[in-house]
Ligand binder design. Structure first.
Ligand SMILES: NC(=O)c1ccc[n+]([C@@H]2O[C@H](COP(=O)([O-])OP(=O)(O)OC[C@H]3O[C@@H](n4cnc5c(N)ncnc54)[C@H](OP(=O)(O)O)[C@@H]3O)[C@@H](O)[C@H]2O)c1
Length: 267
C-alpha cells in the first residue's frame, strides 16, 4: 500500500518518487518501507540473525546474508524467497578481514549501495571463571564479538559514507551492561561493543550515518544457556528482529541510539 503527499521533500531511501502535474509527489510504500534498500546481516544463518534477515526482507529490503555456513544461509534465503522477498548469500567469516572485503566489493558491484548493516554474528562462552578460561577461547570470543564488528565497520562504512546515508545496528547484550560470572570474556566483548558503538556513532554522525546498539536479555537460541530456564519465558529471535525493524524504519531525523530488551518475566 502506498501513502502519498503532494509536498516536495528531501530525497530519502524510504521514499519513492513520482511526478505529479506541477510538483513532486512522494509516496511511501507503507507495507514495504525498506523497499529499494540493501541490508547486510552477519550471522544470518540461524537464531537472531536469521530472524532479523527475514524481517528486514519482509519490509522490502534486499537481505544480504553473511555467515560461515553456506547451508544455513541458504535456508534463510529460501525462507525469504518463499515469502516473495529478496536475498543474496555471501559466505564469510567476520574474523577474516579479506573475506569481509570480498563481501563488500560484491555488494558494491551488485547493488551500488548498502543502507543497513546489522552486526549480529557472535559466539557465547559461559562455562569458565576467567582464571580457567583457555587463552585461545578468549581470542575466539573477542575476535568474533568485538574485532569482527570493527572489521565489518571498517569494510562497509565507506559505502555508506560515500552515500551520506546509512544505519549500523550492533547486536550486543544485557551482558554488556551487567556482571556475568563464568562469562567474563563474553561480557567484556559486549561491554567493549557498547563503547565501540557509542564512539563510532559520534564519528559517523557527521556523515548522516546512525550507529545503534541493541542489548537483549536471554533469547531462545542455540547460543544461550538454557539450564534452569523456561524457554517460553525467554525472548524469541523475532522479538529482537522487531526491535531492529523499529530502528530501521525511523524517520530520517530520528536516531534511537540504544535499546535494552528484557523478557517480561524472568525465565
Ligand atoms: N541468545 C541470546 O540469549 C543472546 C542474548 C543477547 C545477545 N545475543 C547476541 O545475539 C547475536 C546472535 O546470537 P544468537 O543467539 O542468534 O546465536 P546463534 O543462534 O548461535 O547464531 C550465531 C550466528 O553467528 C554466526 N557466526 C558465529 N561466528 C561467526 C563468524 N566468525 N563469522 C560469521 N558468522 C559467525 C553463526 O553462523 P555460522 O556458525 O554458520 O558462522 C550464527 O549464524 C550474538 O551477537 C549474541 O551475542 C544473544
Amino acid at each position: 500500500m502506498f501513502s502519498c503527499s503532494s509536498r516536495s521533500q528531501t530525497i530519502h531511501p524510504h521514499l519513492k518518487f513520482d511526478f505529479g502535474a506541477n510538483e513532486l509527489i512522494y509516496c511511501m510504500d507503507t507495507a514495504h518501507p525498506l523497499s529499494g534498500q540493501v541490508t547486510a546481516i552477519t550471522g544470518a544463518g540461524r537464531g537472531i540473525g536469521a530472524a532479523i534477515a527475514r524481517k528486514l526482507a519482509q519490509l522490502g529490503a534486499t537481505a544480504v546474508l553473511l555467515g560461515r555456513t553456506q547451508s544455513t544461509l541458504d535456508s534463510t534465503a529460501q525462507a525469504i524467497f518463499d515469502k516473495g522477498g529478496k536475498a543474496e548469500v555471501i559466505a564469510c567469516d567476520v574474523t577474516i578481514l579479506h573475506q569481509l572485503e570480498h563481501a563488500a566489493a560484491r555488494i558494491d558491484s551488485t547493488f551500488g549501495r548498502l543502507d543497513i548493516l546489522v552486526n549480529n554474528a557472535g559466539i557465547g562462552g559461559f562455562n569458565h571463571p576467567l582464571h580457567e578460561l583457555p587463552p585461545d577461547e578468549w581470542d575466539r570470543i573477542l575476535n568474533t564479538n568485538l574485532r569482527g564488528v570493527y572489521y565489518a565497520i571498517r569494510t562497509f562504512a565507506p559505502i555508506m559514507i560515500r552515500a551520506r546515508s546509512g544505519h549500523v545496528i550492533n547486536i550486543s547484550s544485557l551482558a554488556g551492561k551487567n556482571a556475568l560470572p563464568n562469562g567474563a570474556a563474553y561480557a567484556a566483548s559486549k561491554w567493549g561493543l557498547n563503547g565501540l558503538t557509542y564512539s563510532v556513532a559520534e564519528e559517523l554522525r557527521g556523515h548522516n550515518i546512525r550507529v545503534s546498539v541493541v542489548c537483549p536479555g536471554s533469547v531462545d537460541t542455540e547460543l544461550s544457556p538454557h539450564a534452569g530456564k523456561d524457554p517460553k519465558k525467554m525472548l524469541q529471535p523475532d522479538d529482537v528482529a522487531h526491535t531492529v525493524a523499529m530502528l530501521a524504519t525511523q524517520a530520517p531525523q530520528s536516531f534511537v541510539s540504544e535499546i535494552l530488551i528484557r523478557p517480561t518475566q524472568k525465565p
